[in-house]
Design a protein around this ligand. Sequence first.
Ligand code: DQA
Length: 149
Amino acid sequence: MDATKPLVMVLNGPNLNLLGSREPAIYGRDTLDDIAVRLEEQAATLGLELDIRQSNHEGHLVDWLHEAGARGALAVLLNAGALTHTSIAILDAIKGINVPVIEVHLSNPHTREEFRHTSFVARAAKGTIAGFGAASYRLALDAAAALRQ
Ligand code: DQA
């Protein structure tokens, strides 16, 4: 932990712990650890501090969003998984903190089932990056770096 570097929290929701084996035709073969290793390398180049987490529990994501606010994070990259499409609690948490949230998806939910076309996260997010597989995270971290003054 380097307190002099801007902090970016990378929060991952339900089932993203299964990346690598979960529906690889949709989500690819990279595990969340593979993605994390590459993000850490990218963050070192960009001069950013990362805190990468995953939980299958909605309340953890709410608590971690609050934590991002309390820590004065530069940004949060949030892949809320299926909670994207259901969670008003996560929407309210994003609205309740003064931190830009970048919505991230490996797949493009808009090309998939109708129930994935609604995003409560998008209603309060700074922006959304979706559909580029694991590269969505890399693009989102570049977007976070661009928020730096
Ligand atoms: C996802 C898309 C969601 O619809 C789905 O429920 C996920 C993963 C994505 O990264 O493409 O769990 O967020």
